[in-house]
Ligand binder design. Structure first.
Ligand code: SAM
Length: 283
């Protein structure tokens, strides 16, 4: 019998098809259709509503770049907030920083957490049991509106602006997110692949520029987010954080003493250099 195949349906006129060697879960949760299966090239992978979320093979790129860039640029982050991130990979990378004393993660869909623990255990690698973790099941947009907690770094590890993730791309969300940041705090966001999703990046950066002294994006190339580099949004009231010297980043990274497979201080610096077409999108 031929292998089953799953098509990603994110883009209007371009389909990526994944061969499925084994299905671990395929059903509707209360919020979305969740599939976890194994692909011969990418290992175990998860799709939500037909959109690739994460794979065992390339998750390190996305998680290292959304966690280590803001935390090492900030230099003294003690409190971190993750919105989304149900697979636990972001939590794992954040908690590799011993200086982080507390991490709240707000995920809308408990099934993503439970099924990721079961079928993608290397993503969280025990991070949900870390005493510094505060796992909240709620809509991230409602959480940031209501909380009185303040965070040094906030990471929006969301789905694309379709379904439950749509609210995480609205100006009201970004305004409430700003209020959750401690002075000098930094917000980073998953912002799609600009070559294919230019409006997503254009809108986010426009909203962020209305709210913060400094807003831009940086880039990471993640094979399963096809169509060129992915944009990660960046916003803070401290413009110096985008220009921390490489020598300072090297010192902080050396002190951290963790092995990464994509992040290096040189890659951190270079990630903020934008190709012409991406600078034109954000204006
Ligand atoms: N790396 C992924 C990507 O770029 O596609 C993101 C992965 S992570 C699994 C995204 C998570 O965001 C999902 O678990 C989803 O349930 C969660 N999510 C979507 N909308 C949300 C909301 N409004 N509040 C909190 N979490 C949300």
């Amino acid at each position: 019998m031929a292998d089953e195949k799953f098509q990603e349906t994110l883009y209007k006129g371009w389909r990526t098809e994944y061969t499925c060697a084994e299905v671990y879960f395929d059903s509707e949760t209360d919020h979305q259709r969740l599939i976890i299966f194994r692909n011969p090239d990418f290992g175990r992978m998860m799709m939500l509503d037909g959109i690739t979320q994460t794979t065992e093979a390339d998750e390190f790129i996305y998680h290292e770049m959304l966690a280590h860039v803001p935390i090492l640029a900030h230099g003294a982050a003690k409190r971190v907030l993750i919105i989304g991130g149900g697979d636990g990979g972001m939590l794992r990378e954040v908690l590799r920083h011993p200086t982080v004393e507390h991490c709240t993660m707000v995920e809308i869909d408990p099934s993503v957490v439970e099924l990721s623990k079961e079928h993608l255990p290397n993503h969280s690698a025990g991070a949900f049991d870390d005493p510094r973790t505060n796992l909240v099941f709620a809509d991230g947009a409602a959480f940031v509106k209501e909380t009185t907690d303040r965070f040094d770094v906030m990471i929006v590890d969301s789905t694309d602006p379709i379904g439950p993730g749509e609210v995480l791309f609205e100006d009201t969300f970004y305004a409430a997110a700003r209020n959750c940041l401690a002075p000098g705090g930094v917000l980073v966001t998953q912002n799609g692949v600009p070559f294919m999703q230019p409006d997503e990046l254009r809108n986010t950066v426009a909203h962020l520029r209305n709210l913060f002294a400094d807003a831009s994006c940086y880039l990471a190339t993640i094979p399963t987010y096809v169509g060129g580099p992915m944009a990660l949004g960046w916003a803070t009231d401290n413009p110096d954080l985008r220009n921390v010297d490489e020598t300072v980043l090297e010192e902080r990274f050396k002190k951290l003493g963790v092995k990464t497979h994509y992040y290096t201080p040189a890659v951190h610096k270079a990630a903020f250099a934008l190709p012409g077409y991406i600078s034109e999108i954000i204006g």
